[in-house]
Design a protein around this ligand. Structure first.
Ligand code: DC
Length: 222
């Protein structure tokens, strides 16, 4: 029997992570944060000081890259060459580098199998930018979650630790990342034609999750 795959795409700060986690709990399946993979690539590029703009160098680097998710209790832990790197991939520098390097088609194709292999055996909610358009065009249910830039920046700002807080910097970085992610040639951020679009600007997490559950239930009864 094919697995039940739910995709949630959208820009940074639209609430994808919180919503995806909660939805996966309600549905009793796993949750996969595909942005972590792109962050893992950026982390290794930074750590190894790779000149990623040179295609030849980038391709050599990707051949040696050993990224994977490890299933731990009910969550997936990002491993690089056997080391848990989850705690190092959430800095603003890694966010920006992940956005830039993810525009490279070589990076995107190096991560495709990891994502599709998980979906082969497990029901899952996949969160990202190109889940519904490129990675899982045949997904059971597709959502595109978005919100006004100012609200998204405020949400991200509220999650940050005191010493790194600067709202206008957060908003500027977010705008730049949105721009990179949606203007790139390779798998740009955009809703799949058959995705349900949800504007989370004035909705709570619970309201978004309830809406999604409603769509899923309706579609599965049809
Ligand atoms: O979801 P996130 O903010 O952790 O993602 C970090 C960057 O990775 C994002 O700016 C673009 C890239 N990304 C992508 O290109 N495709 C995905 N499916 C997920 C993330």
């Amino acid at each position: 029997m094919p697995t039940r795959i739910i995709t949630i795409d959208g820009p940074a700060g639209a609430g994808k992570t919180t919503v995806s986690k909660r939805l996966s709990q309600k549905l009793g399946c796993i949750y996969v944060d595909t942005g972590a993979l792109y962050r893992g690539v950026a982390f290794e590029i930074m750590r190894q000081k790779i000149n990623w703009e040179d295609d030849h160098v980038l391709e050599g680097f990707l051949e040696t890259l050993d990224l994977n998710f490890l299933m731990e209790a009910d969550r997936l832990v990002l491993m690089s060459s056997g080391r848990d790197i989850s705690d190092y991939i959430r800095t603003p520098e890694i966010s920006m580098l992940a956005s830039s390097t993810s525009a490279k088609p070589q990076v995107r194709s190096a991560l495709l199998d990891i994502q599709r292999n998980i979906a082969r055996t497990k029901d899952a909610v996949f969160e990202g930018r190109d889940m519904g358009t490129v990675v899982f065009p045949e997904a059971s249910h597709k959502f595109f979650l978005y919100a006004d830039l100012a609200i998204r920046a405020r949400r991200r700002f509220d999650e940050m630790s005191e010493e790194t807080k600067n709202l206008s910097r957060v908003q500027k970085d977010m705008e730049k990342r949105d721009n990179n992610d949606s203007k790139r040639k390779s798998a740009p951020l955009k809703p799949a034609e058959d995705a349900v679009k949800i504007n989370s600007t004035f909705l709570t997490v619970d309201e978004v999750v309830e809406k999604m559950l409603g769509y899923i239930e309706k579609a599965e009864q049809a």
